[in-house]
Design a binder for this molecule. Structure first.
Ligand code: NDP
Length: 343
């Protein structure tokens, strides 16, 4: 009791102020995912204290909520991304009020993440929020949309131009797919959307898709070498779909591979590479350099149609996460889901 009574004022305040977080635990009664209350004193020992505004629901968050890997330390606050403002930047370049974004860097895997009203983070993980965005827009983009931008950058850097031909986007109505379509069509590319949900065609047409190919057509095993069609592709599905995409890519075409919504294997042949000079480019967002991230966010600021972004976004509270996790894994969410951590 004496210790408590003699606590410095600041620490006393910290103990009193509670905030909400969504946490994964693993103990004798098994894996749990639940909304809990924390104090600042519970947060990790990192230098920058952030007032979190929004996080996002990403495929990886779905895996974590469903107990399918991802989380490597317990207890773990979920959420692989966040946007918010600095409360205390410590000895870093960040000062109170700076608006920052974090994607990846092991959040919700080995470091506590964005499903929390406050978080402490390493300054190296922070990207300054481009000033013309509203905070909610950056999480409408989220890790999925930033990854879509990384894929588009790769297509551009590999020299794929709008006049070269059609660009295929697989998993089209998902988060990565939706933002990729909006970006590519805005840049003048002709985009073909592969979706398993016919009811999303009007939505995908609004985002900029000019033609469709059904998910089932691309996901069944195909010949290793097929009629050339795609100048480029953004693949979020993997497995037989990616094998078919490679087999249908034009001479010298470029396929970016960023996801495994269909599976992690790749039952393909080397023929597209050695006979058609097809390029397969891997895209990782989690450990991308700070410069690459800043570049991607700057391009999102200048290139992404905000009206399309609004149309592809829904907002949900943290309390909905237990229902949203299984939904995204089943491929039943459309576009992007923003998590309002203060709702
Ligand atoms: P979503 O769940 O929002 O989108 C995935 C889409 O894939 C679904 O909407 C659905 O689209 C399609 N799909 C779902 N299940 C299957 C299936 N069994 N076979 C074929 N298609 C399927 O997820 P995200 O867009 O957020 O992420 C997509 C992928 O990209 C995930 O695997 C994710 O892990 C990965 N990713 C990778 C990153 C990286 O750094 N490399 C970063 C972010 C995401 P439709 O209904 O239109 O067919």
């Amino acid at each position: 009791i004496m210790d408590f009574l003699t606590l410095p004022k600041k620490q006393e305040g910290l103990m009193a102020e509670k905030f909400n977080a969504f946490m994964f635990t693993d103990n004798d009664s098994g894996r749990q995912a639940s909304l809990i209350q924390l104090t600042e004193a519970d947060l990790p020992d990192e230098e920058v204290l952030i007032q979190v505004s929004y996080s996002g629901l990403n495929y990886k968050d779905g895996l974590a909520i469903c107990g399918k890997g991802i989380v490597r330390r317990f207890p773990m606050v979920g959420g692989i991304d966040l946007v918010g403002s600095v409360i205390d930047g410590g000895q870093t370049e960040y000062i109170k009020g700076d608006q920052v974004i974090v994607n990846g860097w092991g959040l919700s895997e080995v470091h506590w993440g964005g499903f929390s009203q406050k978080q402490r983070l390493n300054p190296d993980w922070l990207v300054r929020m481009p000033s013309s965005f509203a905070e909610s827009e950056t999480m409408a983009i989220g890790t999925a949309g930033y990854t879509a931008m990384l894929c588009v950058l790769e297509l551009e850097e590999q020299g794929v131009q709008p006049e070269d031909g059609e660009i295929l986007v697989t998993g089209a109505a998902g988060g990565v797919g939706s933002v990729a379509i909006a970006l590519l069509s805005g840049l003048g590319y002709q985009v073909v959307a592969s979706t398993g949900r016919q009811e999303t065609h009007d939505y995908l047409r609004f985002l900029g898709a000019s033609d469709f190919i059904s998910r089932s057509e691309l996901s069944k095993a195909g010949r290793p070498f097929q009629k050339e069609r795609w100048a480029g592709a953004v693949d979020t599905v993997g497995t037989a779909t990616l094998a078919n995409v490679l087999a249908q890519t034009q001479y010298g075409g470029v396929v970016t591979c960023c996801g495994l919504a269909g599976g992690a294997d790749l039952p393909a042949s080397v023929l597209p590479f050695i006979l058609r000079n097809v390029h397969l480019i891997g895209v990782d967002s989690v450990m991308a350099s700070k410069e690459r991230r800043q570049h991607a966010w700057d391009r999102l600021e200048s290139d992404l149609d905000r009206n399309k972004l609004t149309q592809l976004t829904t907002v949900e509270p943290m309390s909905a996460l237990p229902q949203l996790g299984p939904k995204i894994i089943a491929g039943k969410t459309r576009g992007r889901v923003v998590i309002d951590v203060n709702q």
